[in-house]
Design a binder for this molecule. Structure first.
Ligand code: PGA
Length: 244
């Protein structure tokens, strides 16, 4: 269960979130948990989460290690700051900041090389879905990004299926729609990396996951977890997702 805070919260708010959250998930050994706050909150999150099972991750990284790249943060920097994972290729990064399948691949490799687990996002736009192109889009994103990993690299990633039309809109994909897409993605993994890799890879669903719909999604055989925006901003609600 991963929370993506997007551009919300200050360090003080981060500290308060973890103070409330940690007792609520202290027994939640059934799930791996991560919170991905804005860069400036990472230090506060790492300090607040120390000794707990809640990992801290970045929401993006630059694929170069260092250099004259104003405003960017590299994967080794995230690792040094105490992160253990990073979200790569979120649809908001693709939509507003020009990320492509090619940069997703470069960033994923950079993250893995730095010892971070990469949560690699794929997902179609509403127009794609309405045009019946969901599977084509997922295939293109997979082929241009994830398929460029070595099998060893692939074994260290988590995939997040995030239909863009369901993100922040309150329109959750039905468990059946999500399951269909997860099946397609698992099939792509099987084709490229083999049945064992397809079995093992964790595929998270993202897009308006809330405490009242998480259970139906998690009941699906190919949905292994959730990448959550809005409902991860509040500690009690995030704990309810973890403890679905
Ligand atoms: P949401 O965001 O849960 O607010 O829809 C999901 C995401 O973008 O990861």
């Amino acid at each position: 269960m991963a929370g993506n805070w997007k551009m919300y919260k200050t360090p003080a708010e981060t500290k308060a979130f973890f103070e409330t959250l940690l007792p609520l998930v202290a027994q939640s050994t059934h799930a791996d948990m991560a919170i991905c706050p804005p860069f400036v909150d990472i230090a506060a999150a790492v300090e607040a989460a120390a000794g707990s099972r809640v990992a801290v991750g970045g929401q993006n990284c630059e694929y170069r290690k260092e250099g004259a790249y104003t405003g960017e943060i590299s994967a080794p920097m995230l690792k040094a700051a105490g992160c253990s994972c990073v979200i790569i290729g979120h649809s908001e990064r693709r939509q507003y900041y020009g990320e492509t399948d090619a940069t997703v691949l470069l960033k994923t490799k950079a993250a893995l090389e730095s010892g971070l687990q990469a949560i690699v996002c794929v997902g179609e736009l509403l127009a794609d879905r309405e045009a019946g192109k969901t599977n084509d889009v997922l295939t293109t994103q997979f082929d241009g990004g994830i398929a460029g990993l070595t099998p060893e690299e692939f074994a260290k990633i988590v995939i997040a299926y995030e239909p863009v039309w369901a993100i922040g809109t309150g329109k959750v994909a039905t468990p059946e729609i999500a399951e269909d897409a997860h099946k397609v993605i698992r099939g792509l993994v099987a084709g490229k990396f083999g049945a064992d890799a397809a079995d093992k890879v964790r595929i998270l669903y993202g897009g308006s996951v809330k405490p009242n719909n998480v259970k139906g999604l998690m009941e699906q055989p190919d949905i292994d977890g959730a990448l959550v925006g809005g409902a991860a901003l509040e500690a009690v609600s995030f704990s309810q997702l973890v403890n679905f």
